[in-house]
Design a protein around this ligand. Structure first.
Ligand SMILES: [Mg+2]
Length: 128
């Protein structure tokens, strides 16, 4: 079973997101990163195992948009699907991120329910 990488600068947010992942019924192993830069490192070392990245937008060092742009430029990891988890729910920002990385497969707007998360990620993990 593939792993899920949760990227958020707030450890409290990461815990909440992980709780919601569990409540939604996903039993995948979960990895964590505190910003986009750390996530690039984790992804680089584990890209064969990671089936999806749930990525926050606002983070220090490397934000979510910079992260998806970075991922798109590295062939080894460019195919790993990224779902943005964000309060930045404007159509403009989402279109911007999708343009930057065709592997940005969707988004969920905070706060979200286990059902909303499931809808966004189950098809990507081949579980719909
Ligand atoms: Mg944040």
């Amino acid at each position: 079973m593939k792993k899920i990488l949760v990227v958020d600068d707030s450890s409290v947010q990461r815990k909440m997101i992980i709780q919601i992942i569990r409540k939604a019924g996903f039993q995948h192993e979960i990895m964590e990163a505190g910003d986009g830069l750390e996530a690039i490192g984790v992804l680089g070392e584990n890209f064969e195992d990671i089936g999806i990245v749930l990525c926050d937008w606002n983070m220090p060092n490397m934000n979510g948009l910079e992260f998806v742009e970075g991922v798109a430029q590295v062939p080894a990891v460019a195919a790993v699907p990224v779902v943005m988890v964000t309060t930045e729910g404007t159509a403009d920002k989402i279109a911007q991120a999708k343009a930057a990385n065709p592997n940005m497969k969707g988004y969920v707007i905070k706060p979200f329910t286990p059902e909303q998360l499931k809808e966004a990620i189950a098809p990507i993990l081949g579980m719909s």
